[in-house]
Design a protein around this ligand. Structure first.
Ligand code: FPP
Length: 254
C-alpha cells in the first residue's frame, strides 16, 4: 500500500529510495516536555499529556511518510509510578483512549501496534485495549509501532537473566551457551529491527533507563523542542542529523 505523503516537511526524505536516503530502520523517542509545555501555558500537567497524544499521531504519521520500519515510543517508565496517582491514572486513560480511538486509522495505515513492558500491572481496561490493538494489527507491516509502557531497560534485561537462570536450573541450557545473541533474542524488542536512532525531546541528554541494551550502537539526537510541539519536520531534522554521523560499531571506519 502506498500512503499519500501529506506533509511537505518530510517530502525531501520521502522522495528518494531507501538506500539513497540511508534511513534508520528503527527510531525510538523519549517523549519529554509535556509538563513544561503545560506549565508555560498556566495549565496542569495533564493538559500537556493530552497535547502529547496529538504529537504521538504526528510522529507515527511522519515515520510512515518517511519510510521508517519501526518506531518505539517511551510512554511510561517503570519509574513513572512515582508520579502523583492522579497523573498516572490520567496517563492510563490517555493510552487506552488513544489505542481505542485511533485503532481503525492505525490499522488502515498498515501500522502494527505492539507494547513493550510489564502489562500485568496496568488497569484491566488498558490491558484489554492493548490486547485488541495488538490482535487487530498483527498482520500489518508498513510500520511497527511499539509503545513502551511500564517499561525499564534494566527491568527487561533482569527479566531475561532470570528466565535464562531458570532454564539453566532445569538443565535445559548450559551457562556457556548464553551469548549476546541469545540474550538479545529474549528482550522485549526482539521482534523489532536493531535500534538505529534515539531521539529525545525536551533538551535533556539522559537515556532514563530506556532501551539500555539496544542503545549500544544507536545514534542519539536530543532536540530542544517540548514533546507537544513535535512536528514531522523534527523527525526529518533528527534523521538528517543521523545521516551525517559515521557509524563505526567500534571499528575505525573508512
Ligand atoms: C514526559 O513528559 C512524558 C511522559 C512521562 C508521558 C508521555 C505520554 C504522552 C506523550 C501522552 C500519552 C501517550 C500515548 C502513547 C497515548 P514530562 O511529564 O516528564 O514533562 P516535563 O519533563 O516537562 O515535566
Amino acid at each position: 500500500m502506498r500512503v499519500e505523503i501529506l506533509n511537505p516537511e518530510v517530502q525531501g526524505l520521502a522522495s528518494l529510495s531507501r538506500a539513497e536516503r540511508q534511513l534508520p530502520r528503527h527510531v525510538a523517542i523519549i517523549m519529554d516536555g509535556n509538563g513544561r509545555w503545560a506549565r508555560q501555558r498556566g495549565h496542569p500537567r495533564s493538559f500537556g499529556h493530552e497535547a502529547g497524544v496529538a504529537a504521538v499521531r504526528r510522529a507515527i504519521r511522519a515515520a510512515l511518510d518517511i519510510g521508517v520500519e519501526a518506531l518505539t515510543l517511551f510512554a511510561f517508565s517503570t519509574e513513572n509510578w512515582r508520579r502523583p496517582a492522579g497523573e498516572v491514572e490520567f496517563l492510563w486513560h490517555l493510552l487506552q483512549r488513544h489505542l481505542q480511538d485511533d485503532l481503525p486509522e492505525l490499522h488502515a495505515l498498515g501500522v502494527r501496534v505492539m507494547i513493550l513492558g510489564e502489562r500485568q500491572d496496568l488497569p484491566q481496561a488498558v490491558q484489554r485495549a492493548i490486547a485488541a490493538a495488538e490482535e487487530v494489527t498483527a498482520g500489518n507491516d508498513r510500520l511497527f509501532c511499539a509503545f513502551a509502557v511500564n517499561y525499564g531497560g534494566r527491568r527487561d534485561i533482569t527479566r531475561v537473566a532470570r528466565e535464562l537462570a531458570e532454564e539453566v536450573r532445569r538443565g535445559r541450557l548450559r551457562p556457556e551457551d548464553i551469548s549476546e545473541d541469545l540474550l538479545e533474542k529474549r528482550l522485549a524488542t526482539a521482534p523489532l529491527p536493531s535500534l538505529d536512532l534515539l531521539i529525545r525531546t525536551g533538551g535533556e541528554m539522559r537515556v532514563s533507563n530506556f532501551l539500555l541494551w539496544e542503545l549500544a550502537y544507536a545514534e542519539f539526537v536530543s532536540l530542544p523542542v517540548l514533546w507537544p510541539d513535535f512536528e514531522a519536520g523534527h523527525m526529518s531534522q533528527a534523521i538528517q542529523e543521523y545521516q551525517k554521523r559515521h557509524r563505526r560499531f567500534g571499528g575505525v571506519g573508512p
